[in-house]
Design a protein around this ligand. Structure first.
Ligand code: ATP
Ligand code: MG
Length: 394
């Protein structure tokens, strides 16, 4: 609506404009309640796309999470990215995917120039995995790690079966309720995918996934990618269950690929047929002669041979050879003793909520200064006490 008033506007039309404004203020949007029905309790997250609050329904007392839709810089009305997130969340209804309850709004008033703010309202989850892993008092047994990974892979199996890619797998986007139920969250970068016909490959953006969890095919410029991008992230998160901090903390795309090569071996057409056709394969400096050391290096943290084997299959360079969620769920890791075990008992010892936003920056171990700005690593800054970037953590 154009609210600008020209100088020769008549008094009657001004009053007409005022009438429209009044109507707007009083308009009762069906299916979109006012957010004032919730009482904000605490801020629990600050993402690139807005703030997240813990809140309580004033009447029912139900506790929820309110995610503000950032409207700044929006000229075209409601942001298309938020619409996409809502559409995808409405489609996905599963035990291991965060539940979107409704969308709420603030009233349009002269004070906000008749621009309402919108909130996504979610079932509240007590913790996120980044918050839990950064707390040394939280100790996961092998059976509990299995339960986390089984639920994470179940969620991925469900979304991939529904032709949705998450595209932002990382510990902070994995929520866990106090009852130990894991929920994939943050569908802000998610999209639908289709299997392309060879004649017309997909051209999705490759500027997705937080740098430290970004798979090699995206770093090399692949635009016709699919579910394996989320499986790489699942591998990074699985390793983090033992190392307790992200395993490859690159500061640039080039640096990230170097770290990947040092862990997973050199990227070459021998181990990854067709990689030479990717846009940046010849433009970037890819370390040569690197041996694959996934099991060898993770063995210091991960004693279970089945866990090491599954990690090896998730952190596979060639996306076509990387294990999918179905096969990962059938892996012996989940079907040998100790079997996956409920998290509720362990979590009941922790009454405080744990979120990445509320946790102190995580410690990193091996020091190596590195120039350059970290890429798309939202909410994860090196601590002032550390002083420097650390190259790797294990
Ligand atoms: N339903 C929820 N229950 C509890 N906490 C939540 C919930 N949803 C989000 N959070 C918390 O808020 C944080 C940010 O939420 P989310 O990841 O959805 O937003 P974002 O703006 O996309 O974040 P970012 O850009 O940092 O990834 C999460 O990491 C989590 O700690
Ligand atoms: Mg997030």
């Amino acid at each position: 609506m154009n609210t600008s008033t020209s100088t020769n506007v008549s008094s009657s039309s001004v009053s007409h404009a005022q009438q429209v404004m009044n109507k707007l203020e009083d308009f009762d949007f069906p299916y979109c309640d006012e957010v004032t029905k919730y009482e904000k309790l605490a801020k629990i997250g600050q993402g690139t796309f807005g703030e997240v609050f813990k809140a309580k329904h004033r009447q029912t007392k139900k506790v929820v999470a309110l995610k503000k839709v950032l409207m700044e810089n929006e000229k075209e009305g409601f942001p298309i990215t938020a619409l996409r997130e809502i559409k995808i969340l409405q489609l996905l209804n599963h035990e291991n995917v965060v539940n979107l309850i409704e969308i709420c709004r603030t009233k349009a008033t002269p004070f906000n120039r008749y621009k309402a703010t919108f909130y996504l309202v979610f079932d509240f989850c007590e913790h996120d995995l980044a918050g839990l892993l950064s707390n040394v008092n939280v100790k996961f047994s092998l059976g509990e790690i299995k339960k986390v990974m089984q639920q994470l892979l179940n969620g991925l199996y469900f979304i991939h079966s529904n032709k949705i890619l998450h595209r932002d797998m990382k510990a902070a986007n994995i929520l866990i309720t106090k009852n130990g139920v894991l929920k994939l969250a943050d569908f802000g970068l998610a999209r639908a995918f289709s299997i392309s016909k060879t004649s017309q490959p997909n051209r999705y953006t490759n500027r997705v996934v937080t740098l430290w969890y970004r798979p090699p095919e995206l770093l090399l410029g692949e635009r016709n990618y699919g579910p394996p991008v989320d499986m790489w992230g699942a591998g990074c998160i699985m390793a983090e269950m033992w190392t307790r901090s992200p395993i490859m903390q690159g500061s640039t795309e080039q640096h990230q690929l170097t770290l990947i090569s040092q862990l997973c071996g050199s990227i070459s057409p021998e181990t990854w047929p067709g990689v030479e056709k990717l846009e940046f394969y010849n433009k970037l400096d890819l370390p040569k002669g690197q041996k694959r050391k996934v099991k060898e290096r993770l063995r210091a943290y991960v004693k279970d041979p089945y866990a090491l084997d599954l990690l090896d299959k998730l952190l596979t360079l060639d996306p076509n050879k990387r294990i999918d969620s179905d096969n990962a769920l059938n892996h012996d890791f989940f079907w040998t003793d100790p079997m996956p075990c409920e998290l509720a008992k362990m979590l009941s010892q922790h009454t405080q909520s744990m979120f990445e936003y509320l946790a102190p920056p995580r410690r990193r171990v091996v020091q190596q200064p590195h120039a350059g700005q970290p890429g798309h690593q939202k909410g994860m800054q090196p601590s002032a006490a550390d002083g420097q970037y650390h190259d790797r953590v294990f």
